[in-house]
Design a protein around this ligand. Structure first.
Ligand SMILES: Cc1cc2nc3c(=O)[nH]c(=O)nc-3n(C[C@H](O)[C@H](O)[C@H](O)COP(=O)(O)OP(=O)(O)OC[C@H]3O[C@@H](n4cnc5c(N)ncnc54)[C@H](O)[C@@H]3O)c2cc1C
Length: 232
């Protein structure tokens, strides 16, 4: 039987505060998609705490937020964003390039599996990011094959593929920046946990002007429970 670390153990998710609110007003997140309740590792039941307790908090807060709003289209943001999304959709549907989105996706999977799971080398991470930039270039030249407006799975898939590519850059660059080993992030060149420099949460945000992720680091509050090495 082939034993392999599951993708589930790639830690991280949307940043949320204690109200499960993201940094985008009105967007709440709970469960697998957000980052709370696990650090560099997933301990048993962390994920279910995240989805069950986080859901109890996020749901009522989302309802409260919605009730306090005037009208959905009151400030014009909704309309302008819908127009932007419609333009992206129209561009995708008429794109006549020569790239197959499913092939790009397969290449992405192979690339990330090769150098971006548990064992990580800086040189390989840098090469991974360079290849991700290439894939982001190639996705501009995509050809959906199916241009229908009904049940077009290639279309929905390709929109998600762009997000996967951006998120993969976050994973590769975030790993490159963290020169230590912690939990499911193991760098043979930096085999020890380095609390002095790296007891921090990596935070990435998207910079649309640069079309790439930017990074900052948030210290972890250990005032109640001091960290200690985990030994079995
Ligand atoms: C093999 C495995 C073992 C695990 N073992 C454990 C364990 O032992 N302990 C533990 O605590 N956790 C464990 N987990 C993790 C835990 O099961 C998950 O974190 C949890 O179930 C996630 O719940 P969720 O509701 O956040 O997300 P999900 O269950 O992923 O639900 C997301 C839902 O959103 C839907 N969706 C997606 N996109 C859209 C869209 N555009 N529009 C509408 N709907 C959409 C999906 O169809 C899905 O129903 C395990 C997970 C796996 C895969």
């Amino acid at each position: 039987m082939k034993i392999f670390p599951g993708m589930h153990y790639t830690m991280g998710g949307l940043w949320v505060d204690f109200n499960q609110a993201t940094n985008i007003p009105g967007i709440f997140a709970a469960g697998e998609c957000e980052y709370q309740y696990h650090g560099a590792n997933r301990l048993g039941a962390n994920s279910l705490v995240s989805c069950i307790f986080g859901g109890f908090v996020a749901g009522p807060n989302a309802v409260r937020y919605a009730r306090n709003q005037q009208t959905a289209s009151g400030n014009g943001h909704f309309d302008s964003e819908r127009k932007r999304q419609e333009e992206i959709n129209a561009g995708l549907l008429k794109s006549e390039g020569n790239e197959n989105p499913f092939r790009l996706w397969r290449e992405l999977g192979e690339l990330m599996t090769k150098d971006c799971t548990v064992i990580r080398y800086n040189k390989n991470l840098q090469q991974t990011d360079a290849k991700l930039v290439e894939l982001l270039e190639r996705i501009r030249n995509v050809n959906l094959g199916d241009r229908s407006m009904w049940a077009n799975t290639s279309f929905a898939f390709t929109r998600q593929l762009y997000n996967m590519l951006q998120l993969s850059r976050v994973i590769a660059q975030g790993a490159r920046l963290r020169d230590e080993s912690r939990g499911a992030h193991y760098k043979p060149d930096f085999p020890d946990r380095d609390d002095k420099n790296w007891l921090k949460t990596t935070k990435a945000y998207f910079a649309p002007d640069a079309d790439e992720p930017k990074f900052e680091f948030e210290p972890v509050d250990v005032s109640l429970i001091p960290p200690r090495a985990r030994k079995y």
